[in-house]
Design a protein around this ligand. Structure first.
Ligand SMILES: [Zn+2]
Ligand SMILES: [Zn+2]
Length: 140
């Protein structure tokens, strides 16, 4: 037997199964997908942007984004279904940030790690000095 849960979209109680949302919402999403797909698969609409799709179909932008992120609307077929990289705003079609930001973050993380290691080392060395200076100020 399935486990009862609240639908994250409409808050209705439903039996959780393979789907993470209730049947009504699932059906709504499928209808929305059909609408979006019918629109975008027309030859003249293939190069529409997400905003144009939202305007033409009336489907929520979040939902269209979800279809793109789930790769139900494939980048190869619809080159302009892009959304903004969370860091630099470059158009992307998967993940949250673009590949150049992703490699930048990797570098940043490594740099931060190095800085932290150096800081830990120096603060250990200096901790005695800091302590006595603080003490001195406290007394005066
Ligand atoms: Zn629901
Ligand atoms: Zn970026």
């Amino acid at each position: 037997m399935g486990e009862l849960a609240n639908c994250p979209r409409c808050n209705a109680l439903f039996v959780k199964s393979v789907k993470s949302i209730c049947d009504a919402c699932y059906k709504k999403e499928e209808d929305a997908y059909d609408l979006v797909y019918k629109f975008i698969s027309k030859k003249k609409n293939r190069t529409s942007s997400i905003d144009e799709v939202v305007e033409a179909t009336g489907v929520e932008k979040d939902l269209v984004l979800k279809f793109v992120k789930e790769k139900r609307l494939r980048a190869g077929d619809f080159p302009n279904l892009t959304y903004d990289c969370e860091k630099c705003g470059a158009p992307i079609q998967e993940g949250k940030i673009c590949s150049s930001c992703a490699s930048g973050i990797q570098n940043d993380l490594e740099r931060e790690k190095n800085i932290e290691e150096v800081q830990q080392k120096t603060s250990r060395d200096r901790s005695h000095t800091y302590y006595s200076v603080g003490n001195f100020k406290g007394k005066s």
